[in-house]
Design a binder for this molecule. Structure first.
Ligand SMILES: [Zn+2]
Length: 293
């Protein structure tokens, strides 16, 4: 759904609440505190009274929209802007588009991203699965020295940037995990692989990095020689490489500085957009997720 459709379908706060109530409760409000269905509507306040625990509640309790002072339409617009921005959207841009201040936009973005974090993370990848790592963070300037020991900064493996490990099912989903540099070793890469990949029903394709050396002890494993320029049939890691390119362009171009603390949320956002690229109603999906439905 684009922003024009959001304006058309949800012109008022009441329209937004009606929609959330329909998605969350399908016509029968349930008290979020005691799960009772014995409630009395309070139409003027757009709240409900629970006759069991004697509290009042609105549809936004315990959802990403909880305690918001913003009109819900701005939330809906934010969701629409974020899911339609293929390369991501910076909070400054979101602030301008929604006419809210920078902090509010940042908060909105974080909340929407939270709803985009994969609930189906437990589903294992099958078939041909590519696995690769990349490094995210500011590129060291050419010739610049490391602050501590005066060594020239390295690029690629061995840098101080944050390593991200990714796995991509050919034609399917992508999963990523932010890791500590010291975890980029055979033992932990194997553990990450086992956590996300169906080791019985998948063939893993990686490059020849030593960290992947133990993979073949527990599942089918093929390697790509990156010194060879051509793609050898199915044996390539292009799905992930394209994904990394999009992710890096997004993070460098839209977000500039992403702290390590929040990096996984941005990566989740990109995974989510990739994994649901063919979904017909991404907007509806995020609203449901945001409501915890
Ligand atoms: Zn109750």
């Amino acid at each position: 759904m684009n922003i024009i459709e959001v304006y058309r379908r949800f012109p008022t706060q009441d329209d937004c609440i009606d929609h959330l109530e329909k998605v969350r409760w399908h016509g029968t409000p349930v008290c979020p505190y005691c799960q009772s269905e014995k409630t009395t509507p309070m139409p003027k306040e757009r709240r409900h009274h629970c006759n069991n625990c004697n509290t009042t509640f609105s549809v936004t309790v315990n959802t990403i929209f909880h305690h918001t002072h913003l009109p819900l339409q701005k939330w809906f617009l934010a969701i629409s802007l974020i899911i339609n921005a293929k390369k991501g959207i910076a909070s400054r841009q979101l602030a301008r588009d929604l006419e809210v201040n920078k902090n509010t936009a940042w908060y909105l973005g974080m909340r929407v991203r939270k709803a985009m974090t994969e609930a189906d993370q437990r589903q294992l990848l099958q078939g041909l699965v590519e696995m690769d790592e990349t490094y995210i963070g500011g590129k060291p300037r050419k010739g610049s020295k490391d602050d501590q020991n005066g060594e020239p900064r390295k690029r690629g493996r061995g840098t101080k940037k944050v390593p991200v490990v990714g796995m991509a099912e050919r034609g399917g989903k992508v999963k990523c995990q932010v890791v500590q540099s010291r975890n980029l070793k055979a033992v932990s890469l194997s553990a990450i692989c086992k956590q996300h990949v169906d080791t019985v029903n998948a063939t893993l394709i990686t490059d020849e990095f030593l960290g992947y050396i133990k993979i073949s002890t527990f599942m089918k494993h093929e390697t790509v020689d990156h010194r060879v320029w051509y793609v050898d049939g199915d044996r390539h890691t292009n799905t992930l490489e394209n994904f990394w390119a999009l992710l890096k362009r997004g993070i460098i171009g839209q977000y500039h500085q992403v702290s390590v603390k929040h990096l996984h949320k941005y990566i989740d956002e990109f995974c989510y957009r990739h994994n649901h690229r063919k979904h017909a109603d991404l907007f509806g999906l995020i609203i449901s997720r945001g409501l915890g439905v």
